[in-house]
Write a protein that binds this ligand. Sequence first.
Ligand SMILES: Cc1cc2nc3c(=O)[nH]c(=O)nc-3n(C[C@H](O)[C@H](O)[C@H](O)COP(=O)(O)OP(=O)(O)OC[C@H]3O[C@@H](n4cnc5c(N)ncnc54)[C@H](O)[C@@H]3O)c2cc1C
Length: 382
Amino acid sequence: MSVFEFQSVTLPEAAEVARVEIREFLRSEIAERRFEPHRCSWSSFDASFSRRLGEAGFIGVTWPEEYGGRNASTLTRFVITEELLAAGSPCGAHWVADRQSGPQMLRYGSDAAKTHILPRIAAGTCFFGIGMSEPNAGSDLASVKTKAVKVDGGYAITGQKIWTSNAHRVHYLIVLARTGDRGESRHEGLTQFIVDMTSDGISPRAIHDLAGNHEFNEVFFDDCFVPDEMIMGEVDEGWNLVTGELAFERSGPDRFLSDYQLFRGLVDQAGTTPDRSDAVQIGAMVSKLASLRKMSVAIAGMLDQGEQPVVQAAMVKELGTAFERSVPEIARRMVSVEPRQIAQNDFVEVMADTILRAPSFTLRGGTREILKSMIARGLGLR
Ligand SMILES: Cc1cc2nc3c(=O)[nH]c(=O)nc-3n(C[C@H](O)[C@H](O)[C@H](O)COP(=O)(O)OP(=O)(O)OC[C@H]3O[C@@H](n4cnc5c(N)ncnc54)[C@H](O)[C@@H]3O)c2cc1C
């Protein structure tokens, strides 16, 4: 059986300097009441917050300066990210572009795409969505049916995506489409495209979630033209790109801090002299959180070393989202209140909102069953 090590990493000084800077930025944002700490930070879409964050130099920090970055390490980005989440800042608008689309473009985008798009992402004025899932291709992503056909100067895309978060308000989607035959491995013949949401032949349609919010969409493509310069990597080689992109998506602190505001509220409810049962429950949660954070920091360190810790990232997401799912359950046992979406009391509202969102924590970015099967394969158990 293979064994995975998560090396203990000490954060470099530059990361701690960035922590001071981002805390100062957030302190002034809160003092000026530019945002109220939100319940689910990275699901809250606020374009003006993202613009201010970009102006202050906190988006795309790991990218080269020529694309608007500051050549910082992944560990520095980790620190900025955890501070943004802990403060409950509304990061949803730029989240996908900063976390995965931008890094993906840096590796695989054409010079034209990088020059035209990356500086705008770093400035906090250009947002991305993920065009992977389809009605019959979620876990089994290799089954995507959306087709891209070669035409003069580019490709024409026809098909349908689903569960596309924020498709109605982002500027681009990275779309996975079939450009050739599946081949024996089933993973051949797929390509990623950067699709401009203002193109002809593309139409999002709202899906409302359990909490009544409009974040999801179906997206329909009808002969939607994408120029050659918006192809990512090599045509038909998209499977490797997509699996690499999912590794960016799975290992960060967003996979165990989604309901951090509820957790904080719970600690406040328990007060400074909690009874023994509350103290034990909070202590157990804190120790899990600390372990997850260590694992996630270790992965950031591996990314800085140029490694591709795909299985380790799956482990963090599996354990991290299981932790996130447990927080509202423990909250309900510890505090006897009726959760209501609109109430006089913040804790009651946060509890209601988190209960409604929690089922999605273990689905988005790959379900627990799929992650467990990747981990088992990585350990050599299947
Ligand atoms: C909040 C949220 C945001 C999302 N945002 C996006 C987005 O922006 N873009 C995007 O492309 N997608 C997005 N998704 C979709 C998400 O990636 C899929 O929902 C997820 O990959 C599961 O696919 P599915 O819904 O088709 O379920 P299915 O794949 O049909 O799975 C149904 C059930 O069967 C289980 N299952 C499936 N295959 C296996 C197997 N081989 N072994 C064992 N069990 C299995 C699954 O674990 C699951 O429990 C989002 C989802 C959520 C909840």
